[in-house]
Design a binder for this molecule. Structure first.
Ligand SMILES: NC(=O)C1=CN([C@@H]2O[C@H](COP(=O)(O)OP(=O)(O)OC[C@H]3O[C@@H](n4cnc5c(N)ncnc54)[C@H](O)[C@@H]3O)[C@@H](O)[C@H]2O)[C@H](O)CC1
Ligand SMILES: [K+]
Length: 440
């Protein structure tokens, strides 16, 4: 089940369009926050920091619900509530409210200072006090977002403590799945509140892979044709990954035999790209400076994955329109082909997909999958140890196989990214790219 993602503006629209009033939404949010806190840590002495807006409002509501469960709750306010919703929530909290500055630490800290309404970094003194209180707590819980995080871009506008648990409401925000903010979230809980998150942005989740049909044969299961370039090791990783990802038949056209490949991967001398049985072409891993091979691949009408060196040889993004292509650039390759587009990584990925008419997998510690039609998948956190040579070659092979198995381009890219991350988790911190192949 994927989790929807809304920008702060889209979230406000959804809140205003909700079938229940805003006060009821805040009641649901605060109650869910209290519930998640209680489940996470069974209620040690708790200090809730309330800001001036509705993030603070959630805090007053949560305080009331935690106190009703018998939790020893203290509330400290950075400022008096400025919104009607928060004022009401404050009035309904019948306990004392301390001043933020003098508040003593507590074993469990709940950060309800700022959420999607943050418009600039916290005052340095406030950020400093927040980090001291977080450092003294055994558990830190963030309401909606850790304070200091910019909801739509994932930027940190001031030093942000790392939460053990972040509870967000109705839908994730881009910052929950964009770096550097993603690394500050801890366990991310999405609490249901009565809004309709109508969105084409979502967090990637376990894919439904196409079953192997009765009576399948190696072509119907999908033929992946990979074009070798000047460094055969990379395409060998991709081809083996494709074979391990369920392609019925993997073929490499290469000018010289490539050692160490599984015997099931067929090596041929000429490319035969007119072969109508090709389910997906793969070009780029280990290609080197051979633009003629990219040009050759673009003469084929088959779906294709364009990765690594091939991305740098494309030239103009609109050269790929009509090519049924999936691009898999990392940051440098992305900038090389698409330039420095303004806006968040999410906006950059969507713009790239639109201009190239291709699915774009914008890789990184936060990987996005963008479709020309506006759909945008955000990968959940993947192990940092994926940052090792060859893992991109493996990802390209996985995606090519899923595409050849008949998954639509966007779905194949989303599934490949998700499976690649899970394989790395199973391979463990000492892995090299080759190890991923046993975990596909
Ligand atoms: N609206 C709803 O129905 C629901 C909202 N939820 C919660 O509300 C917050 C968003 O609340 P909002 O009042 O828009 O903003 P914040 O509480 O995040 O910020 C408060 C306020 O603070 C001012 N401000 C911004 N940056 C700074 C700063 N660096 N220093 C000082 N003051 C600052 C600015 O004026 C803001 O308005 C959302 O995150 C949810 O937690 C409910 O969860 C759902 C219902
Ligand atoms: K917060």
């Amino acid at each position: 089940m994927t989790r929807p993602i809304l920008t702060a503006a889209r979230m406000r629209e959804a809140e205003l369009a909700a079938p229940v009033g805003l006060a009821e939404l805040m009641e649901q949010a605060g109650q869910s926050l209290a519930e998640a806190i209680f489940r996470h840590s069974a209620g040690p002495e708790t200090l809730i920091l309330c800001g001036p807006g509705n993030n603070g409002g959630d805090g007053y509501v949560a305080a009331r619900h935690l106190s009703a469960r018998g939790v020893k709750v203290r509330v400290a306010a950075l400022a008096e509530p400025t919104t009607d919703l928060a004022k009401v929530a404050r009035q309904r909290w019948d306990g004392p409210v301390e001043a933020f500055d003098g508040a003593a630490p507590a074993p469990l800290l709940v950060d309800c200072l700022f959420g999607t309404g943050l418009s600039r970094g916290l005052e340095p003194a406030v950020a400093e006090r927040l980090s001291v209180l977080a450092g003294s707590a055994r558990t830190v819980v963030a309401c909606d977002l850790p304070s200091g995080v910019e909801a739509d871009s994932g930027a940190l506008l001031s030093p942000v403590p790392t939460a053990d648990l972040t509870v967000t409401f109705g839908a994730l925000k881009p910052a929950h799945r964009l770096m550097p903010a993603m690394a500050r979230m801890g366990r991310l809980v999405l609490a249901h509140i009565a809004i309709e998150p109508d969105t084409r942005w979502f967090e990637l989740a376990e894919p439904d892979l196409p079953p192997v049909a009765e009576g399948a044969h190696k072509y119907s299961r999908g033929l992946v044709h990979a074009l070798a370039g000047s460094m055969p090791g990379a395409i060998a990783l991709s081809a083996t990954a494709a074979a391990r990802s369920g392609a019925g038949y993997v073929r490499i056209s290469t000018s010289a035999p490539i050692p160490g490949l599984p015997l099931s991967v067929v090596q041929v001398g000429d490319a035969q790209l007119g072969d109508p049985r090709i389910g997906c072409l793969l070009v780029g891993p280990g290609l080197g400076k051979l633009p003629q091979l990219l040009t050759l691949a673009l003469t084929s009408r088959a779906p294709k994955v364009i990765d690594a060196d091939a991305i740098g040889l494309v030239g103009e993004p609109d050269r790929l329109r009509g090519q049924d292509a999936i691009l898999t650039p990392h940051g440098g390759e992305f900038a090389q082909l698409f330039g420095d587009h303004p806006g968040s990584k999410a906006e950059q990925a969507l713009a790239a997909a639109a201009v190239s008419g291709s699915v774009v997998v914008y890789k990184g510690p936060d990987t996005l999958v963008a479709s020309p039609d506006g759909r945008l998948g955000f990968a959940p956190p993947a192990p940092a140890w994926l940052a090792t040579a060859g893992t991109g070659d493996v990802l390209a092979g996985i995606i090519a196989a899923l595409r050849a198995r008949g998954m639509p381009a966007f779905d194949a890219a989303c599934a490949g990214v998700w499976l690649h991350g899970r394989a790395a988790e199973r391979a463990g911190p000492a892995m090299i790219a080759d190890d991923l192949l046993e975990h596909l």
